[in-house]
Design a protein around this ligand. Structure first.
Ligand SMILES: Cc1cc2nc3c(=O)[nH]c(=O)nc-3n(C[C@H](O)[C@H](O)[C@H](O)COP(=O)(O)O)c2cc1C
Length: 138
């Protein structure tokens, strides 16, 4: 059964190489697991979308939770889906480069990007737009 899980967490003690390291292990592991998705980092908050088999995504999420590079995880959306949004990405990174700022803020209710406050319908629209129109890294 194909599902999509979206969660947010707060970055914690991130060193300069950490995001690169997270992305590299994500690409390697997720490809082997048949997991696709996207990872955003903006305003000190990670927002990650993971797509794949329900049991596989659950297990991966629980492994990611153990990572000391983030804290305060919250599942924001979890649903069965008919198809993948990120079929081409084992894990794409979207960072808060200037080009992406307006997209982040378009879906923010306040002056800063805060996915903890976003509703599932807004999260889906955000990721949808992200795919069409974003500067991806990695
Ligand atoms: C916000 C965040 C997102 C992550 N996403 C993934 C992911 O999608 N896939 C993954 O394998 N590891 C992810 N990681 C890294 C894992 O916590 C862990 O470091 C990694 O899977 C270890 O891989 P390795 O044993 O192959 O080195 C993430 C870490 C953080 C902090």
């Amino acid at each position: 059964m194909l599902i999509r899980l979206t969660y947010a967490s707060r970055a914690r003690n991130l060193g300069p190489m950490d995001v690169k390291d997270i992305l590299e292990s994500s690409k390697r592991n997720n490809q082997a697991l048949g997991v696709t998705g996207a990872l955003c980092l903006s305003n000190g908050i990670f927002l990650q979308c993971l797509e794949g088999d329900r049991a596989v995504v659950n297990a991966l999420y629980h492994r990611i939770l153990l990572d000391p590079r983030h804290q305060d995880p919250a599942i924001l959306d979890f649903d069965e889906v008919t198809h993948r949004q990120f079929s081409a990405w084992s894990m794409g990174l979207v960072s808060a480069v200037a080009d992406n700022q307006s997209l982040f803020l378009k879906y923010a209710s306040g002056p800063e990007f805060d996915p903890y406050q976003m509703r599932p319908v807004a999260l889906r629209a955000f990721f949808n737009e992200l795919i069409q129109n974003t500067r991806w890294i990695g």
